[in-house]
Design a protein around this ligand. Structure first.
Ligand code: NAD
Length: 250
């Protein structure tokens, strides 16, 4: 097993990519702390892991709130004795409108969760990772963090911020044996794209806009996250790994 004796936190672990990664980490032997703002989904992931002979707890967490992230790290280390993997994954889409029509409140909501949430995850996880002798941080960016798209300015900016914040943390904490990488998923079949699916005109185009001509599954993204979390990626840090079926170059 690739993650035995490791403890991992997965934010946004109640659904989609986070849920798939939490299950994959557990299958590889990790103790998994599921953090999500949604208690029903988050508890369900942790229960599922326990029912399949894994070790998991759920901690209700809003990633945009420093006090709640602090408490998440404290609960993790007091329950499992350390922290080795931090998957800063929770995120939200933005209301799709032109920048001039985007409210400042909506901008703040999206940037607070998608970018400040990753900053807080790094800020409070690093001391715990250092105490454990090092570890791996994986941050969820997006294909839309690597290129602009109309009507998603807050999402674009927040996810682009994650790419460089990842490099910043990789440079600051490499000497403590902490690797920091990002993933940039393309269109993946989770709740976050429900509104795109309902657009009968655009969905046939969006759903095939990559070299493989299909959308991805959360499990395919979880495989990439597992790789970055594991020792198999021992010389990889500061990287952003596209998991997009070739969507960036399409
Ligand atoms: N699905 C895609 O096509 C796609 C593409 C690129 C990037 N992403 C990114 O992947 C990540 C996971 O999204 P997903 O696709 O699995 O969608 P999802 O909606 O299935 O999962 C997101 C999870 O984050 C949780 N969450 C939202 N706000 C939170 C907060 N403030 N604090 C804690 N948890 C919160 C939600 O409750 C949910 O469980 C996000 O960062 C998203 O931006 C998704």
């Amino acid at each position: 097993m690739k993650l035995s004796e490791k403890t991992a936190i997965v934010t946004g672990g109640g659904s989609g990519i986070g849920r798939a990664a939490a299950l994959r980490f557990a299958k590889e032997g990790a103790k998994v702390v599921v953090a999500d703002i949604d208690s029903i989904d988050g508890e369900e992931t942790a229960n599922y892991i326990r029912e399949h002979e894994g070790s998991s707890i759920f901690v209700k967490t809003d990633v945009a709130d420093p006090e709640q992230i602090k408490r998440l790290i404290e609960t993790t280390t007091s329950t499992f004795g350390g922290l080795h993997i931090m998957f800063n994954n929770a995120g939200v889409g933005n209301l799709e409108v032109r920048s001039v029509d985007l409210s400042v409140e909506e901008w703040d909501r999206v940037v607070d969760i998608n970018l400040k949430g990753v900053f807080l995850g790094i800020k409070y996880a690093v001391p715990a990772l250092i105490k454990s002798g090092g570890g791996s941080i994986i941050n969820t960016s997006s294909l839309l963090g690597l290129k602009g798209q109309k009507f998603v300015s807050a999402y674009n900016a927040s996810k682009a911020g994650v790419v460089v914040l990842t490099q910043n943390a990789a440079l600051e904490y490499g000497k403590y044996h902490i690797r920091v990488n990002a993933i940039a998923p393309g269109v993946i079949d989770t709740k976050i794209i429900d509104n795109w699916k309902q657009n009968e005109r655009k969905w046939p185009i969006i759903s095939r806009a990559n070299a493989l001509g299909r959308i991805g599954t959360p499990e395919e993204v979880a495989n990439a996250v597992l790789f970055l979390a594991s020792d198999e990626a021992s010389f990889i840090t500061g990287a952003t790994l596209s998991v997009d079926g070739g969507g960036l170059m399409f």
